[in-house]
Each structure stands twice: as C-alpha cells, then as structure tokens.
Design a protein around this ligand. Structure first.
Ligand code: FPP
Length: 229
C-alpha cells in the first residue's frame, strides 16, 4: 500500500493525511475484494523497517490502526471476514495488540474470507523466527532435521494457515517486494500500478484481476507441458 506520503505531498498536506486516506482505501478495497470473489487478502500495513520513520509518523500510524480496528470490527463481523495478523505482534503497542486480539477472537470462526494484516512484518525476520523455532523443535527431538524439506519448514512461518499469494499488487509504481512475503510469493504474479494507494479503488482492483487472468503460470514447467495436462 505504497504512495500515501507522495499523495499527501502532492497536495501540500502532512504525510499522516495520506495515511488517513490510505485507511479509507483499505475499507474500499476490502469491499472490492469480497465483491469480486477473492477470499484472502494480505495488506502490508507496517513493516519492521517502518519503525525507523519519524516517531510522530509511527505514533500516528499506530493510532490510525487502533481506530481502524475499533471502527471496522463490526464490519468484519457483519461481512463474516476473519482477521489474521502476521508479524511480530508482541512488539506492537499494547493498545493495538488489545484491539487485534479482540478482533481475531471475534472473527476466528469465519472461514470464507480472510483479511491478513502484516504488522511489524518483515520476511527476513519471519525466516529467522522460523529457523529459531525449528532449532528448538530439533533440540527437543520433535523434528528430524535430515528429513526437513520445504513442506516441513512451512508450518513455522507466520502464514502457516494461509495459502501462498497468487497475486501481489504494489501501488505507486515501485517495482520491488520490500521484504514482503519473500518465500510465499516465490511463484506469485506481480502487478505494479502507478496509482498511489489513497487513490486505489475497485476499478484498479479489477484491472489487476483482469491482468492476472491473462497470465500463464508455469511453476518451472514449459508451456507445452502445461498444455498437455
Ligand atoms: C507506505 O506509503 C504506507 C505505509 C508505510 C503505511 C500503510 C498504512 C495505511 C494504508 C493506513 C493504515 C492501515 C490500515 C490497515 C488501517 P509511504 O508512506 O511509504 O508512501 P510514500 O512512499 O509515498 O512516502
């Protein structure tokens, strides 16, 4: 969800106004996701690197998140959307953790739609956390390292109960993954749009889906092999 700062700068507004408008785009997108039959969306809302931003901006983002969770919980319940958090949860401000725990608990039984929020998330941190957990399990004799393969590694990722993403959309024209789901997105289709996140709406979402529908996913195979199946 990139481009909040630029959206605000272009209008001579403070960066946080861009984030506020970004939160409105989140609400719009969540509706578009559901209306277009997409079951799971993961939003990269705060990275482990984002703590390096000015304290004023970090504090404002946490407040915005807290308010978003309070306002949107009834909406998630009404639309039967499960909330999941991926990232180092326990390092977030207590008040945000509280809201997240409440929202996760209240929506845990919904099975059709999931909103995953990547908060204090970083793919490299995720891999390190997974490796530490695996080392612990190996020490305890619970896993056999010689037999470990990616299927055995996967349950140690924050996304253990989520499928890999099919499509990764990045707004504001930047062509990089910025430490987002690096392992899980290994075979995801990437869609880069110049639209700044606060302007993102259902039309842009549909354009991304249409583009995705035109891709041929080969997973390392040849086009001929795919045609034969
Ligand atoms: C990146 O844009 C955006 C963020 C670091 C924060 C994303 C947060 C929101 C969209 C709002 C709050 C989220 C929820 C789920 C309610 P940027 O600030 O790096 O933009 P720039 O590159 O133009 O400066």
């Amino acid at each position: 969800m990139d481009g909040n700062g630029r959206w605000a700068n272009e209008r001579g507004l403070p960066r946080i106004e861009g984030h506020r408008r970004g939160a409105e785009a989140v609400k719009r997108t969540l509706k578009a996701v559901q209306d277009n039959g997409v079951k799971i969306i993961t939003l990269y809302a705060f990275s482990v690197e984002n703590w390096n931003r000015p304290k004023k901006e970090v504090d404002a983002l946490m407040k915005l998140l807290e308010r978003f969770l309070a306002d949107q919980l009834p909406v998630l319940i009404k639309r039967k959307i499960r909330l999941r958090v991926i990232g180092r949860y326990q390092e977030l401000p207590e008040r945000v953790q509280d809201r997240l725990r409440k929202a996760e608990a209240a929506t845990k039984d919904f099975t059709t739609h999931t909103l995953a929020l990547a908060l204090n998330y970083g793919a490299r941190t995720e891999v390190v956390d997974a490796v530490k957990a695996i080392a612990k399990a190996a020490q305890a004799g619970d896993i056999d390292l010689n037999a470990l393969d990616y299927d055995g590694f996967r349950p140690y990722l924050y996304t253990s109960d989520l499928p890999d993403p099919d499509l990764v959309i990045r707004t504001s024209g930047e062509s990089r993954l910025s430490n987002f789901l690096l392992l899980q997105a290994a075979y995801a289709e990437l869609y880069i749009t110049p639209v700044l996140w606060p302007d993102f709406d259902e039309t842009h979402f549909k354009a991304a889906l249409a583009d995705y529908a035109s891709r041929e996913r080969r997973y390392g195979k040849t086009a001929e092999q795919l045609q034969a199946t």
